[in-house]
Design a protein around this ligand. Structure first.
Ligand SMILES: Nc1c(N[C@@H]2O[C@H](COP(=O)(O)O)[C@@H](O)[C@H]2O)[nH]c(=O)[nH]c1=O
Length: 157
């Protein structure tokens, strides 16, 4: 059965990028995946001054609001790199936090879908026709972690 998730306080809220699970990437700690993801939009852009503000945003909603400001200039390669940026952050989140890694692994082979009513890229959108890239990343991270655990088990046996 397909597993839908979206808001942090709803079922499977730990799959949301807004969940309060910090990650460390290249020596920097980020309060949530969302903080990291929004900040990466401006790496190397003329508006890179916004990065420390996104990093310091008190909530992921505020980090997202800063990153979504349409008058700021995104890095030129953002559309090319954004899926890889997101995947690296989501993988790090589930490698870092064992309690949510378990929640992810227990979903087995179920299809995971970000049930966003507005986002047709990361989620499925209001009519469920969206591309669901966040759900796809979570499923591929689930598979990667399963393989890592298998390799660790056979190496230690
Ligand atoms: N979970 C969740 C959202 N969804 C998240 O928004 C991000 C996409 O941002 P952007 O590329 O700037 O449109 C991505 O992390 C997606 O999972 N948006 C929200 O406003 N509230 C929320 O609780």
């Amino acid at each position: 059965m397909t597993i839908y998730f979206y808001k942090v306080w709803q079922p499977y809220g730990c799959f949301s990028n807004f969940s309060l699970h910090p990650i460390e990437i290249e020596g920097v700690y980020w309060p949530t995946v969302e903080h990291y993801y929004q900040a990466q939009k401006f790496v190397g852009s003329d508006d890179a001054v916004i990065i420390p503000l996104i990093h310091a945003a008190p909530t992921p909603d505020e980090a997202a609001a800063l990153g979504r400001c349409s008058t700021r200039k995104l890095r030129p390669d953002w559309e090319i790199v954004k899926i890889d940026v997101m995947r690296a952050a989501v993988l790090k989140k589930f490698l870092t936090h064992p309690e949510i890694r378990e929640v992810l692994l227990v979903t087995g082979d179920e299809v995971l879908v970000e049930n966003s009513p507005t986002d047709y890229f990361w989620g499925c959108g209001a009519d469920k026709t969206g591309q669901n890239h966040l759900g796809k990343i979570l499923m591929s991270v689930r598979e990667e972690i399963r393989q890592l655990l298998f390799l660790t088990a056979i190496t230690n046996s």
